[in-house]
Design a protein around this ligand. Structure first.
Ligand code: MSP
Length: 650
């Protein structure tokens, strides 16, 4: 029987497109899944989308769409980015899937029948964006108006009173604490686990498990006036995806094969749901608990968490276009210390691509392959015995692999990668001292040994990096004549016990493995954060015929003079040369954004055929056009090159 490995990501809300933060979580799970596959394990990697709840319904309404049509429209954007980033999931679950709905209802029925769910009235402060009642009073915070705000998203809370089904969470407090004690590695990193333990020790209250106010959700079994609380619905995905509630033979088989999950991956924002509520639900249902929660920090932009609601999310598609998919995968895994928050920085990304990937690794491969081929050594066997410096390199390879495995087993991907790059530096140093380009002329035997030692090293490097850069490393290994296809082999173990007696056939390539990015930060800047909020074109505005549009005369003019209007904080009085439309006096309410000096002698766009209008006692004959800079300021609308005054925009 093959060993198994089942890993999950959070299921993402579909009210926005994937961004670098959600990609980061998904990537951690993908790398872990690939790392386990590399060891010949049968792996199941689950990701998907969380589609019910108030937030989603509100968003759908905003878009003037039915909730189901809206959530359906959001699936492709997720799948597209995951595919682009080589996220090799086994299943993409949606909480609107019928088998998931059936599984949730089954679980709720079971818990209700056995008395773990009961009805009562819930009154509490509710945060609509976070879909959560804020229960811990000490966590409450106030806004400037003194209103209580959500400790998570800082938005206003609403007091809600409603009849609700309750889950008897409090009954599981002791069992949970016992479980934590018996499983000291349940949550990593340790600090996050401590927070969970303290929270549970402080006392658990029963959890409101249904909503009457939310219509877009799974009907509560036997009482469709209620919908299942979104977290009760969402957490159940981890079991519904692998056969819970499915009575068919294949469902039973999946359940037996995969549950319990080996790892749930998530950021620190949702640890409590996974480390307290979820285990308690499973305990109540008599289901085994997941083995581990891997909790990572936030991807920060500046000092702020990257998030769709904050509008600072980086679109992964743009990054891939500029830097390459696997380069971004590498950067995220290398740069972010997994347990802590990490800063996303384009300069670091550029630097890592050029220094780590192009220079250190790409050049090493290229150099040795070209050197071997130009010296008639395309196929290189291992020597009978290794010289001391080569034997040392072999030892360094073993040490690097041991550190890598240890760090990967603990989900310390950045440290594992740091060990790999330390080894790459060792290999480069070995090449530097051995000078194989000289040996090619002076000592053919030693030349072959150096080529062989470097090829063995690159083989180990390629295998270690496969989970992070699967396509690039497949190419690297192919350049050594190595193809890994057998899913039952533990390739890491094979590497570990290797006696370095392989024969490699080195293939040259016209393409560098990691092309240098010869761009400056100025060229790259446009990729900086843009909002990833879903934007569906507004259909609500009134459309006009072209005949209506041509009625307006939009004309380029030069501001020849400009003075503030007395007694007005907002108005500037402009004298504008509009060519054949004449020299006009035009008032503009932009005094807070521009000084007269900033406008004098600039060209702008004006509406020339508006009815004149008196403002602050002055007649204004026309209107100057500006656009918002997206913050509080304005930007002048103008043309890309100077044109004659009076030229009309057509
Ligand atoms: N739907 C719930 C999860 C239910 S799981 C049963 C949810 N969805 S979410 O869309 O808000 O995603 C939250 C998760 O997205 C975080 O836990 C984290 O895994 C990931 N991230 C979102 N923003 C992130 C960063 N800026 N940085 C790192 N991870 C980020 O909560």
């Amino acid at each position: 029987m093959k060993k198994k490995f089942y890993i999950t990501t959070p299921i993402y809300y579909v009210n926005s497109k994937p961004h670098l933060g959600t990609l980061y979580s998904t990537l951690i799970a993908d790398v872990a899944a690939r790392y386990n596959k590399l060891q010949g394990k049968a792996t199941f990697f689950l990701t998907g989308t969380d589609e019910h709840g108030q937030k989603i319904e509100t968003k759908a309404r905003e878009m003037q769409m039915e909730p189901k049509a809206f959530v359906d429209s959001m699936i492709e954007p997720f799948k597209k980015v995951w595919q682009q980033y080589e996220i090799e999931y086994s299943k993409f679950i949606r909480t609107t899937d019928t088998d998931h709905i059936a599984a949730v209802q089954k679980l709720m029925s079971q818990l209700t029948e056995q008395g773990d769910i009961y009805t009562s009235v819930y009154t509490g402060l509710y945060c609509v964006p976070c879909e959560t009642f804020v229960t811990n009073v000490s966590e409450e915070e106030k806004n400037v108006a003194g209103k209580q705000v959500c400790p998570n998203c800082k938005r206003d809370l609403q007091e809600i009173s409603e009849e609700s089904y309750f889950f008897r969470l409090s009954a599981y407090q002791d069992q949970l604490l016992d479980f934590y004690e018996e499983n000291p590695d349940f949550v990593t990193p340790r600090e996050r686990f401590q927070e969970v333990i303290s929270f549970v020790k402080a006392g658990l209250k029963d959890l409101s498990f249904s909503r009457k106010t939310v219509r877009w959700g799974i009907p509560f079994p036997g009482d469709p006036a209620h919908t299942v609380y979104v977290w009760g619905d969402a957490l159940t995905n981890y079991i519904s995806a692998v056969g819970f509630g499915d009575t068919s033979a294949s469902g039973a088989e999946a359940w037996k094969t995969w549950w319990p999950a080996d790892v749930h991956v998530m950021a620190k924002d949702i640890v409590r749901f996974h480390a307290v509520y979820w285990p308690a639900m499973l305990m109540a249902a008599g289901i085994m608990l997941p083995k581990k929660l891997v909790v990572h920090g936030y991807v920060l932009i500046g000092d702020t968490k990257m998030s769709k609601s904050l509008g600072n999310a980086v679109p992964p598609e743009e990054l891939a276009a500029t830097f390459g998919v696997e380069q971004v995968r590498y950067y995220l895994m290398r740069q972010m210390p997994i347990g802590q928050d990490g800063h996303f920085d384009l300069k670091d990304l550029l630097q890592r691509v050029n220094a780590d990937l192009s220079n250190s690794l790409g050049n090493l491969l290229n150099r040795i392959v070209v050197l071997a081929n130009t010296n008639g050594l395309a196929t290189v066997a291992a020597p009978e015995a290794w010289e001391a410096s080569s034997a040392r390199l072999r030892l360094q390879a073993r040490e690097a692999l041991a550190t890598y495995v240890d760090e990967m087993n603990h989900y310390q991907f950045h440290k594992a990668l740091s060990a790999v790059w330390q080894f790459i530096a060792d290999v480069n140093a070995y090449v530097h001292t051995q000078k194989p380009w000289e040996l090619a002329r002076t000592n053919k035997e030693l030349f072959a040994e150096v080529v062989s030692a470097v090829a063995h090293s690159l083989n180990t490097i390629g295998i270690m990096l496969l989970p992070i850069m699967p396509t690039k490393m497949t190419t690297l290994l192919a350049a050594l004549g190595v193809v890994l296809t057998d899913e039952t082999i533990d390739y890491l173990e094979q590497c570990r016990v290797s006696a370095w007696n392989n024969t490699y056939t080195l293939h040259t390539s016209s393409e560098p493995l990691f092309p240098r990015i010869e761009k400056t930060m100025e060229d790259i800047k446009p990729t900086t954060p843009v909002a990833a909020e879903v934007t569906v074109p507004k259909e609500a505005f009134e459309r006009i015929a072209i005949d209506d549009f041509v009625k307006s005369h939009l004309v380029v003019g030069t501001i020849t003079a400009c003075v503030p209007v007395e007694k007005s904080e907002k108005l500037l009085q402009l004298t504008v040369d509009l060519g054949e439309y004449g020299v006009r006096t035009i008032l503009s309410g932009v005094a807070k954004s521009f000084t007269p000096e900033q406008l004098i002698n600039t060209q702008g766009v004006f509406v020339a055929n508006l009815n004149p209008r008196k403002m602050a006692g002055i007649m204004s004959d026309g209107m100057m056009l500006f656009v918002s800079d997206g913050k509080d300021g304005l930007v002048r609308a103008t043309v890309a090159a100077p044109v004659a005054n009076g030229t009309r925009l057509t």
